[in-house]
Design a binder for this molecule. Structure first.
Ligand code: FAQ
Length: 332
């Protein structure tokens, strides 16, 4: 229904002819990347570059859309009217991020309908973090603090990604994520400074979300299939482990400031590296959540399928309205 592929049919055909799959043309493309050029939608590009971007950007879009669900769980139960308004605004921001990202991916030639179909059929991935439940109000604070915090660390470098439409979308997304992170940290601060029960609620939430937040950065570098090529193409600017370490180093002092304990007995400041050493991440859990959807995967997809079904009449009405408008314009 919606398409932001900016190319005309003729341009699409000529870009197809130019798919840069032989070595010499890959080199030409690589030289542009090395030169710091920004690649735009109408530029010729290797098929693999296009495909990897469609994969990453659509997964990212799906994460933003599915990411509304754990927070949506608390809209009707937010403790005050002010908290409810802030939460609603944040969830709407996440929807907006999903839409910019689907639009950025569409410039590469895949329609939003097709990408959403992949999500609803269970074919497409989205971030594992959103398959964890949010049973307490503290989880809303922890999501802002840790999940948006991790998202910022991962996404700031994406503002300099080689693909222009993705990089530009990321600038606004990161500004909004920054507000989200602060509001989450503020919720956790209030709880950590509140009654013993409230502090325990904040600690329990940190205990449940710490390790899944570290998994958001993807598998360790040795197991990351896409990193090496994506770093050559400047889609990625830093490895998964580098960004994870950056997040840990920034977040540990924030937890200490609140008097909360990071649930990692092996966490230790390493003077030599000027960085924290940390315990082993349970990669079996990570891969199991990807494969089976973890605790909430089935519910998440069920909720999106219901939303797609309930929204059929809205999309039909929008299409009918658009058709009427363009008929009117033709007459005028
Ligand atoms: N979950 O080779 P790599 C947010 C997959 S947005 C599930 O290292 P890559 C906002 C990966 O797809 C959060 N799958 O992959 C918010 C690949 O599988 P494939 C989302 C994962 O792409 C806040 C395989 O593992 N952010 O939080 C995950 O080079 C609060 C091998 O991995 C983005 O999407 C995972 N965590 O690096 C919303 C940022 N990690 O496709 C609401 C953009 C890896 O080959 C509330 N994406 N996989 O079958 C990226 O930066 C990258 O795609 C990485 C993964 C770093 C996520």
């Amino acid at each position: 229904m919606y398409s932001t592929d900016l190319r005309t049919d003729k341009e699409k055909k000529s870009a197809d002819q130019q798919i840069l799959d032989d070595a010499e043309l890959w080199n030409t493309f690589q030289a542009r990347i090395d030169n710091g050029d920004t690649i735009e939608a109408k530029d010729a590009m290797p098929k693999k570059y296009r495909q990897t971007l469609i994969r990453q950007i659509s997964q990212h879009a799906h994460s933003e859309i599915i990411g509304q669900l754990p927070e949506g769980n608390w809209v009707t139960r937010a403790p005050t009217l002010k908290r409810k308004l802030i939460l609603l605004a944040k969830i709407q921001d996440e929807a907006g991020h999903g839409l910019y990202l689907y639009s950025a991916a569409e410039t590469l030639g895949r329609s939003r309908d097709d990408m959403v179909a992949d999500l609803l059929s269970g074919k497409a991935k989205y971030s594992t973090i959103f398959n964890y439940p949010t049973p307490s109000w503290a989880d809303i604070g922890t999501i802002g603090w840790l999940v948006d915090g991790a998202a910022i660390v991962n996404q700031i470098p994406l503002c300099r990604c080689s693909y222009g439409p993705y990089a530009r979308a990321m600038v606004r997304v990161c500004k909004e994520e920054s507000f989200h992170q602060r509001q989450g940290y503020e919720i956790v601060t209030v709880l950590a400074r509140g009654s013993a029960e409230q502090k325990a609620m904040a600690q329990d939430s940190l205990n449940r979300f710490w390790w899944p937040s570290l998994m958001m950065f993807g598998p360790s570098d040795g197991a990351s299939t896409h990193s090496s090529q994506n770093m050559k193409w400047k889609i990625k600017r830093h490895s998964n482990d580098e960004l994870r370490q950056r997040f840990i180093d920034a977040t540990v002092p924030q937890a200490e400031f609140l008097g909360l304990t990071i649930p990692d007995p092996d966490l230790k400041w390493n003077e030599e590296r000027s960085s924290y050493d940390h315990g082993d991440i349970d990669w079996d859990e990570f891969w199991a959540v990807i494969k089976d959807g973890g605790i909430c995967g089935k519910d998440r997809i069920r909720a999106r399928r219901a939303a797609a079904k309930d929204g059929i009449w809205v999309r039909a009405a929008a299409e009918a309205y658009a058709a009427k408008q363009s008929a009117k314009e033709r007459v005028a």
